[in-house]
Structure formats: structure tokens, C-alpha cells
Design a protein around this ligand. Structure first.
Ligand code: HEC
Length: 156
């Protein structure tokens, strides 16, 4: 009985460490730098990702109420495309699937833009907005599970 409980605690802590792996890798890979100010400096990719999360959160209500403009989607496309070339915290943690997910995500934004331009139904826009967020989640399942619950909350 007791052993089982200890085993469960062990499993929980392993999961916890795995979930924090993105944050942890920040500090391990930065250890080589002497300057302590750089210790918590986020990578280019982490900075782009933070912007992506803010952008999608900010547009959520506009999509919901049918006020999204093609120009706004264009802005997302040009700033979020950076993720394909940004330097990550730890290049060894980037899997071959990264490229495909990042391409799919941008293609979904392109499709969303076309639907907005055609003034198609809001429900169609919502489906594509959520589909792009599902691609965020799929990539995160493979790379960095920490932000998944935050991303799921942006879906409509
Ligand atoms: C192609 C894969 C991929 C896609 C698509 C993707 N992410 Fe990420 N995301 C990553 C990786 C890898 C990291 C870790 C970056 C690093 O540490 O350098 C990350 C990190 C993050 C972080 C943490 C940044 C920090 O502060 O360290 C957030 C938040 C995030 N992503 C949100 C999103 C959102 C929101 C979307 C979609 C709108 C998204 N991501 C799409 C791969 C992806």
C-alpha cells in the first residue's frame, strides 16, 4: 500500500520535471555564459512564442464576435513566421517534426485570412482559428508540454 503511494509520488514528480523541461533547459544551456544577467534571458524562439500567445489571446474575442480583419491576420503571419528561423533554447530538443508543424500553422493562418477576405461565416473563421491553435498544441506535445493548458484556453 505504502509502496504504491511512493511509486505514485515518484511518477508525479517525474511528470512535473518533464513539464518544466522547457524552463529548466533555459538555465542549463545558459550556464556556459558567465554573465549572470544572461542566466534567464529567453531564447529568440521563446520570445516569439510569448508574442504568439499574447497575439492569439488578444484576437480571441475579435474572432468570436466576427470583427477579425484580414490585416490583423497578415500581421500574425509576418510576425509568427519568424518561429521557423529563430534560435531555440536548446537545438537538441528540436525534433524533425518542428518544421512541418510550423509550416502547417502558417498555412492555417493563410487560410484564415482568405476566409476573412471572403467574408465567410464566423463559424468557419472560428474553426480555422481553433485548428491553428491545435497545431500549436500538437507541436507542444512533442517539444514543450508546459504551455499546452494556456493554449487550450485560447480556443473558442
Ligand atoms: C512548430 C512547433 C511549435 C508551434 C507551432 C508552437 N510552438 Fe510554442 N514553443 C515551441 C518550442 C520548441 C518552445 C520552446 C522555445 C525555447 O525554449 O526556445 C515553445 C515555447 C512556447 C511558450 C513558452 C515561451 C517561454 O516563455 O519560454 C509559449 C507560451 C508558447 N510556446 C506558446 C505557443 C502558442 C500560443 C502557439 C500557437 C499560437 C505556439 N506556441 C506554437 C514550439 C512550438
Amino acid at each position: 500500500m505504502n509502496l504504491n503511494r511512493e511509486f505514485a509520488y515518484l511518477l508525479i514528480s517525474i511528470c512535473f520535471v518533464a513539464c518544466l523541461s522547457c524552463q529548466r533547459s533555459h538555465s542549463t544551456s545558459d550556464k556556459s555564459q558567465n554573465n549572470s544577467k544572461d542566466l534567464y534571458e529567453p531564447s529568440e524562439l521563446a520570445n516569439t512564442m510569448r508574442e504568439m500567445a499574447y497575439d492569439m489571446e488578444a484576437l480571441r474575442l475579435r474572432v468570436y464576435s466576427g470583427e477579425l480583419s484580414a490585416g490583423e491576420v497578415d500581421d500574425l503571419i509576418s510576425s509568427h513566421s519568424k518561429m521557423g528561423t529563430d534560435n531555440p533554447t536548446d537545438i537538441d530538443e528540436i525534433k524533425p517534426s518542428f518544421e512541418l508543424f510550423s509550416k502547417t500553422y502558417i498555412e492555417q493562418l493563410e487560410e484564415l485570412k482568405i476566409i476573412v477576405l471572403n467574408q465567410d461565416k464566423i463559424s468557419e473563421q472560428i474553426i480555422l482559428f481553433n485548428a491553428a491553435l491545435s497545431t500549436c498544441v500538437s507541436c507542444h506535445r512533442e517539444h514543450c508540454p508546459g504551455p499546452i493548458s494556456r493554449i487550450e484556453k485560447i480556443k473558442i
